[in-house]
Design a protein around this ligand. Structure first.
Ligand SMILES: Nc1ncnc2c1ncn2[C@@H]1O[C@H](COP(=O)(O)OP(=O)(O)OP(=O)(O)O)[C@@H](O)[C@H]1O
Ligand SMILES: [Mg+2]
Length: 243
């Protein structure tokens, strides 16, 4: 059995939306993810996928419950140690890309490397961009790129940071089907090489190529499916939404 990467125990998340009103978005979620695994998280819009990813990845403190990343609870770490975990152990591909719009493509990609004083290998960056079929200029400002191009910059940045845990929130949302499969293959390779990839997606075809799918519904983890087939996923998502 591979080593445990992420462990979530009895996690809940509430948002205070008014002085005396809060909403419960995640209820009693427990799950474990191992190195070498490629996990998908599915659920209808608003089901809490991004919230769960944020709680699992040190970005949003759960209301109750425990999260451990590589054996450490990020919400109990001192700021300095937390910053180190974020820099060295996890990378994110955000639903909203989280790039710096006023910086060029190349600087956005190598930003995490510069922050952790790692070597920047321009040939490697160019090679990966080529693999991703990235067609814009390296010195274009990221704010001027299309959604799909920005997503490729975010993916390139996450892959080059060489962290062992990759969180990807809808990494192929803005892409055509060819690019979607291409990016999926890159993420698949990371998992095959022993990394842990956790991907939120609406794409059943891609989810059916992951090792395990978690389906969120009404704040609960309604299904955990090993080696999911697309027909099982269609069925589970359809019946879950209409009943
Ligand atoms: N900071 C916040 N404050 C209040 N409510 C929030 C906050 N963040 C998320 N929510 C609510 O929590 C619920 C889940 O949101 P979340 O973004 O996790 O859904 P999602 O499954 O990622 O949706 P999508 O597929 O559209 O990205 C939604 O009802 C949303 O409005
Ligand atoms: Mg989301």
């Amino acid at each position: 059995m591979n080593k445990l990467a992420i462990d979530v125990k009895r996690l809940t998340k509430e948002f205070q939306i008014d002085k005396d009103k809060s909403i419960s978005v995640l209820k009693d979620i427990s799950l474990s993810v191992f190195y070498g695994e490629f996990i998908s998280i599915l659920g209808i819009s608003g089901s809490g996928k991004t919230t769960l990813l944020n709680c699992m990845s040190s970005l949003s403190r759960p209301t109750t419950g425990e999260v451990t990343i590589n054996g450490k609870n990020p919400y109990k770490l001192k700021n300095r140690d937390l910053a180190k975990v974020r820099r060295e152990e996890i990378s994110f591909i955000f639903q909203s890309y989280n790039l710096v719009p006023s910086l060029p493509v190349f600087e956005n990609i190598v930003l995490p490397l510069r922050l952790s004083h790692k070597k920047v290998d321009k040939t490697k960056v160019l090679g990966l961009l080529k693999k991703l079929r990235f067609n814009a200029e390296l010195d274009s400002l990221v704010g001027n790129l299309s959604g799909g191009e920005q997503q490729k910059v975010a993916i390139c940045r996450a892959i080059l940071s060489e962290c062992k845990i990759i969180f990807a929130d809808e990494p192929t949302g803005a892409m055509d089907s060819e690019s979607r499969q291409l990016i999926f293959e890159l993420l698949r390779k990371l998992a095959n090489d022993g990394k842990c990839v956790i991907m939120v997606t609406h794409d059943i075809e891609l989810a059916s190529q992951t090792d395990k799918a978690f389906i969120l519904r009404d704040g609960l983890l309604s299904e955990e499916i090993d080696k999911p087939s697309s027909s099982v996923l269609y069925h589970k998502l359809e019946t879950k939404q209409s009943d």
